[in-house]
Design a protein around this ligand. Structure first.
Ligand code: ADP
Length: 467
């Protein structure tokens, strides 16, 4: 059974169930029909005998009768005559009725079998079954009660097999019809199951194709529909979509990371070769070590940033949310960051009191620090940085403004991409991951970061969070 396809198993199962139900119904119908039929035969027998009961009259002296007025059969009986009316039915629907004397002498009517009346004693108004030559017969007797008829009996007899003939035709018809019904339902059921399971086949074939060909672009196509299987296919397609997107993102991330790491690594390698080639002056060694130090710090920063990125994407649960005092968070960060004081740049901050937000302290601190460090990095000598925290229309607005080198219009969207660095900043200590990490953190908190900038005038980065 295990090796049969599902559609065969389902069809076999419900065909067997159908067969059992059909057989049960067939047997019940036959038994009920048989009982009804036998009861009808018996009722018929009683009714025929009872009807004939009143069709017999006794005349002590026939000579006084005008026989022209009478219709019927006259039989000599004891000292007079019996008149058996024309309405007396001696054979109707295979029910035979006959008149007997109390000495068991057949006076009138027919008897279908050689029934010895000695064997079957007369019993008034009680139906009985007797077996004669292997056949069952119903017998019903009535003792006549009218004056002069006290010694007479009417006996009705009918074969039980009369019903058996009809039962046989019912059974024969059922035996032809039932297998036809079962075969038709079996074939119909098989077709329906096959059609119902076709989407599952399509789903498994698509999954197999994706597995074998590594083709995450392939989708399950079931056409229009809103049943469980269509919904299952939609769920699978959504999953494939996400896998494809993740796969592409990972792929791009790895190739961008390798590309970005190659430059500092080549510089380090070149500096090492230069130093080992021949004896160099202490100044040359020092210069080479400085380059190696700067580039290895860059590589190390890049690797740390990449790790942070991966952690945020693959395990966001480790960054639990808590009720944060944003006023305190921004103020204390600005206080610390003001100490950087690079290029004589001054940091000023204006922070609204009592701003609270549900978020992750570590990530939001990283975001704000990234924006402020960038403002230093791309700021001018003796420039300024202004940090402002306010609320407006149910939103928290944090802006970091500088009067530094600014960003060209065409670069303003690209700076949020991973590893993007403007040509001018490529040689610096940055990794090109700071802003993309910042906007990832903003998204993680249901917010966003925007930028407004003008080259040579400065930039404003704004973080918007929903309260
Ligand atoms: P990086 O580590 O290079 O700073 P980021 O992702 O933080 O990487 O920034 C991407 C690029 O955006 C930078 O290389 C720089 O060109 C530009 N940028 C970011 N912040 C500023 C700013 N405050 N002023 C001017 N340019 C900026």
């Amino acid at each position: 059974m295990k090796r049969f396809p599902l559609r065969v198993k389902i069809t076999l199962w419900f065909t067997s169930a159908l067969l059992i139900v059909v057989l049960f119904t067939f047997i019940s119908v036959l038994s009920v029909s048989n009982r009804i039929l036998q009861k009808t035969i018996r009722d018929n027998l009683i009714e025929t005998v009872e009807n004939n009961f009143d069709e017999i009259i006794f005349y002590p002296d026939i000579s006084k009768l005008d026989l022209n007025e009478k219709s019927g059969h006259f039989l000599k009986f004891e000292t007079g005559y019996l008149e058996v009316d024309d309405d007396f039915l001696d054979e109707v629907n295979q029910v035979y009725t006959s008149i007997y004397s109390s000495e068991h002498v057949l006076l009138y009517g027919e008897n279908p079998v050689s029934l010895s009346t000695d064997d079957v004693k007369f019993t008034d108004s009680r139906i009985r079954t007797v077996k004669i030559d292997g056949t069952n017969y119903y017998i019903f007797d009535r003792k006549l009660t009218s004056k002069g008829l006290e010694n007479l009996w009417i006996r009705g007899i009918v074969s039980e097999e009369q019903g058996a003939v009809q039962m046989t035709s019912i059974a024969r018809l059922s035996l032809i019809l039932l297998p036809v019904v079962v075969i038709i339902s079996c074939l119909g059921g098989y077709n329906i199951v096959k059609r119902t399971l076709k989407p599952i086949q399509e789903i498994s074939e698509t999954a197999r194709h994706i597995g074998e060909e590594n083709d995450l672009k392939k989708r399950i196509e079931l056409g229009e529909g809103n049943d469980e299987l269509h919904r299952l296919a939609d769920t699978f397609n959504d999953m494939f979509e996400k896998l494809d997107l993740n796969f592409e993102t990972q792929h791009r991330f790895i190739s961008d990371a390798s590309h970005e790491l190659r430059t500092p690594m080549s510089v380090i390698s070149a500096q090492c070769e230069f130093s080992l080639e021949t004896d160099r002056s202490p100044e040359e060694y020092e210069k080479a070590f400085r380059v190696i130090d700067r580039q290895s710090k860059k590589v190390s920063k890049m690797i740390n940033d990449m790790l942070d990125f991966t952690r945020l994407e693959s395990n966001p649960d480790r960054y639990a949310f808590e009720e944060l005092d944003m006023t305190e968070l921004v103020s204390s960060l600005c206080e610390d960051l003001a100490l950087i004081g690079e290029k004589g740049i001054k940091l000023e901050y204006d922070v609204r009191q009592g701003v609270r937000f549900n978020g992750n302290r570590e990530l939001l601190s990283r975001l704000i620090a990234n924006l402020v460090v960038n403002a230093y990095r791309y700021g001018k000598e003796d420039g300024h940085i202004w940090v402002e925290l306010k609320t407006h229309n149910g939103k928290i607005i944090l802006s970091v403004k500088d009067d530094g080198i600014g960003i060209k219009k065409e670069e303003q969207e690209k700076i949020f991409e991973r590893f993007y660095q403007s040509d001018a900043s490529r040689t610096g200590a940055g990794s090109g991951l700071g802003l993309s990490m910042a906007s990832e953190i903003a998204r993680f908190h249901g917010g966003e970061i925007t930028v407004e900038s003008e080259p040579e005038k400065g930039s404003t980065f704004t973080l918007i969070l929903n309260l």
